[in-house]
Design a protein around this ligand. Structure first.
Ligand code: TXA
Ligand code: MG
Length: 325
């Protein structure tokens, strides 16, 4: 049996299969099997009020899971799929409310990874897949991360190598005339508005608001977070804090744009990050997994440039971070 055949076999028998995507690894299950969907929530220890994305093989399959699909959705699907974009649409009555967390919306996406695309095509259904991490923790960008975090809870891991993008998809809410980004990702508001030829807003700056009761990423404040306390600090504060920690005999790891000025001996505790957001995103979770697995008291991350291309990474780090006390 090939890897894909094995993954297929497990999915069809209601088991959990970790799937590679271009963003992060997902914890996959058959969207039409309520017990399998329940297992996804249980394996992640995820509250049932937080809905799941359904992954599909073809844009036309949107109509199997959503109704009243607006023209915007078809245009975005055509331009961005397969790719790191999730569309929030009106739920088709056949979609189990366990997937949508009792809401009348459904989240859909076609991921861009050859193994998972082949799997989806052969599966001929939808695969629900949240990121394959315990709820609230760092997302996985390699099969090894999944094994380390959920190895005993997942029945099969389809190893597709490291994820090429490295952070979760952009999520766009399409139930109003005005599309609203509810989770930042690879596709920025400007990129989506170029495709649609009209303004697309981010959640905070939208003139129209999304329904208050809509469960969106970030409804839970702390997310994407390592166990080791993480602090997001501007360079001056970073320097002082490092000094303070060293004086107290504490150990720390650093994600910095600069070289190792502290001459920390363990190379894994000072990580020089790429200066551009694409490569930074690719490496972010892997670096944080490494630091979280080393014996340190804190992770310091140097603050990022305040431009649109860094927004998705800024969002993840803000949610991972704690205030410096
Ligand atoms: O890149 C990704 O999107 C990855 C890969 C595996 O596809 N998946 C992912 O899933 O990040 P997850 O569950 O970790 O985050 C998806 C977010 C959830 O936090 C949830 O709030 C939101 O999508 N979501 C899912 N269904 C929704 C719905 N029906 N309405 C509003 N938000 C929804
Ligand atoms: Mg997640």
């Amino acid at each position: 049996m090939t890897d894909i055949e094995q993954a297929l076999h497990f999915l069809k028998s209601g088991k959990l299969v970790a799937i590679p995507t271009e963003t992060v690894y997902g914890l996959g299950a058959d969207a039409d099997n309520p017990q399998a969907v329940e297992h996804v929530y249980a394996a992640k220890n995820r509250p049932t009020y937080n809905p799941l994305i359904i992954h599909i093989a073809k844009a036309e399959a949107m109509s199997n899971w959503a109704i009243n699909i607006p023209a915007h959705a078809w245009r975005l699907a055509k331009a961005c799929w397969p790719g790191p974009l999730t569309l929030i649409l009106e739920r088709h009555p056949r979609v189990s409310k366990m997937i949508t967390a009792q809401q009348e919306t459904v989240a859909l996406r076609i991921p861009n990874h050859p193994l998972t695309l082949a799997l989806l095509e052969q599966f001929q259904g939808g695969i629900v897949a949240p990121s394959a991490n315990p709820y609230g923790y760092l997302s996985p960008t390699t099969a090894e991360h999944v094994r380390a975090m959920l190895g005993d809870k997942v029945d099969y891991i389809l190893d597709g190598g490291p994820c090429s993008i490295g952070i979760e998809s952009t999520i766009v809410y399409l139930l109003e005339n005005q599309p609203i980004i509810v989770r930042e990702g690879f596709f920025s508001a400007s990129a989506l508005s170029n495709i649609l030829n009209e303004p697309v807003f981010s959640k905070g700056s939208a003139p129209k608001t999304i329904p208050k009761n809509l469960q969106t990423p970030g409804s839970d404040h702390s997310h994407y977070a390592p166990t080791t306390p993480l602090y997001l600090l501007d360079p001056t504060v970073l320097k002082e804090t490092m000094k303070h920690f060293a004086q107290q005999g504490k150990h720390y790891g650093v994600l910095s744009f600069g070289a190792n000025t502290e001459l920390l001996k363990n190379p894994s505790t000072w990580i020089q990050m790429p200066p551009d957001p694409t490569h930074y995103a690719q490496q972010l979770y892997d670096c944080l997994h490494k630091l979280d697995n080393s014996a340190i008291d804190a992770i310091f991350v140097e603050s990022l440039p305040h431009t649109e291309t860094w927004l998705a990474i800024q969002d993840r780090l803000e949610r991972a971070a704690r205030p410096l006390t």
